[in-house]
Design a protein around this ligand. Structure first.
Ligand SMILES: NC(=O)c1ccc[n+]([C@@H]2O[C@H](COP(=O)([O-])OP(=O)(O)OC[C@H]3O[C@@H](n4cnc5c(N)ncnc54)[C@H](O)[C@@H]3O)[C@@H](O)[C@H]2O)c1
Length: 381
């Protein structure tokens, strides 16, 4: 939805609601991000010819997320660190260049990927190009933050893993929710308990027009574009030795990627269900509720605003002043790839979390149960 085209009353109410939910800074950059998307320069700005720069980050894909999350949090935490930005829509890369004080902007991805001053690239373009750009960047020994989903098919997954094996570059995927305050708390609570886990997500997805690029051939639709956040979160909530074999049981009606429910039965008997509803407009964006039970711990979490945890007789209620989906920490963790502080994701993780969302899509499309196995070095990839 293009909020810039809505009437004043809608924009006013939306701004007030977002101020309450996200605070003034985040709301301001979200509004700027909306205008950034429609920016059209009468005369494009001049690139700088700065060879002795300390800026070392590149961006591929300069849409809303790159503007209001990636560029915003990089600037907030590290100052002027982005050197170059690329988008096939030149006005967008020029807009990021101008607003975040970059050295250059371009419509040619190779300029960023082959730039010797750049050692880290954030990829936030259309889904089909994520893996292709990441493979090229890894072949040039750059580290990459790949926005979700990191692949849209098995051939990309195989080639991405091959590139990771040969490269000095490291990889992180933009699954931000586990990096949130509540995500970290949930991880800690689960670690203290033994036995199987019951996980139940209810997610109301934000409205996406049927002609949006998410639904174009090759892009993977909403299972790869949205649901992968929760398939990944479920995967991480179950410890490594307990995950497999993992049964994927689909339920759907008309559509294969909206208004669906998917159940996972893990190797240790843990069960996770994700119900994904996508119908009308959700004024506050994606809404999500989690209920979880493991050992003596019961967790109930609402929209990253409040979380209640009961452990036997002890009850604790956590509240965030503003919604925290973990975006800022996720961008920072990827920035640490180029220092010694973050080794990046393992090949096993990159394979297994992708295998889960790809096979979830298959299960929903074919309406058949699928069982998956863990990554083993000896297999196909
Ligand atoms: N982690 C999160 O919570 C989160 C939230 C929103 C979006 N995202 C991800 O960020 C990415 C971008 O999403 P968005 O919301 O900014 O979408 P968007 O439509 O605002 O931006 C996508 C941009 O990619 C550009 N593009 C298209 N084809 C390209 C190509 N071949 N090379 C380079 N650029 C190309 C488009 O011109 C556009 O500017 C997607 O992968 C999306 O899934 C993540």
């Amino acid at each position: 939805m293009d909020y810039t085209r809505e009437n004043f009353s809608f924009k006013f109410k939306k701004t007030l609601r977002y101020l309450k939910l996200y605070g003034p800074n985040r709301t301001f950059v979200k509004i700027k991000g909306q205008y950034h998307m429609n920016k059209s320069f009468d005369k494009l700005p001049q690139n700088k010819t700065n060879k002795n720069t300390k800026k070392h980050v590149g961006i591929l894909g300069c849409g809303n997320y790159s503007y209001s999350v990636i560029s915003h949090y990089l600037k907030k935490n590290y100052g002027k660190t982005i050197r170059g930005a690329m988008d096939i829509e030149i006005n967008r890369s020029a807009s990021i260049f101008k607003d975040f004080n970059l050295d250059y902007y371009t419509a040619n991805s190779n300029e960023i990927i082959e730039d010797p001053q750049i050692d880290l690239i954030y990829i936030a373009s259309n889904h089909y190009t994520h893996a292709e750009y990441a493979i090229d960047a890894l072949n040039n020994d750059k580290s990459v933050h790949i926005e979700k989903p990191h692949v849209v098919n098995e051939s990309q997954l195989e080639r991405l893993i091959h590139a990771m094996k040969k490269s000095k570059g490291k990889v992180r995927v933009g699954f931000n929710r586990p990096a949130s305050r509540f995500g970290k708390l949930i991880e800690n609570y689960l670690r203290k308990e033994d036995g199987s886990t019951m996980i139940n997500w209810f997610v109301a997805g934000h409205e996406i027009n049927p002609d949006h690029w998410y639904f174009h051939d090759k892009e993977g639709g909403r299972i790869l574009g949205n649901l992968c956040h929760w398939t990944d979160f479920c995967y991480r909530m179950i410890s490594e030795e307990n995950r497999y074999p993992l049964r994927i049981i689909p339920s759907r009606s008309e559509k294969a990627d909206c208004d669906i429910s998917i159940t996972y039965v893990f190797g240790d008997g843990s069960i996770a269900t994700i119900t994904f509803s996508a119908k009308g407009h959700t004024f506050e964006g994606v809404r999500e509720k989690l209920n979880l039970h493991k050992g003596n711990t019961l967790i109930s979490m609402d929209d990253y605003e409040t979380m209640r945890v009961d452990v036997v007789d002890k009850k604790k209620v956590y509240k965030n002043i503003f919604r925290d989906h973990g975006h800022e920490l996720s961008i920072k963790e990827s920035y640490e790839l180029v220092s010694k502080n973050n080794e990046g994701e393992s090949i096993k993780y990159i394979y297994e979390t992708a295998d889960l969302f790809l096979k979830t899509k298959d299960a929903l499309e074919t309406q058949k149960e699928i069982t998956i196995k863990p990554y083993e070095e000896s297999q196909l990839y």
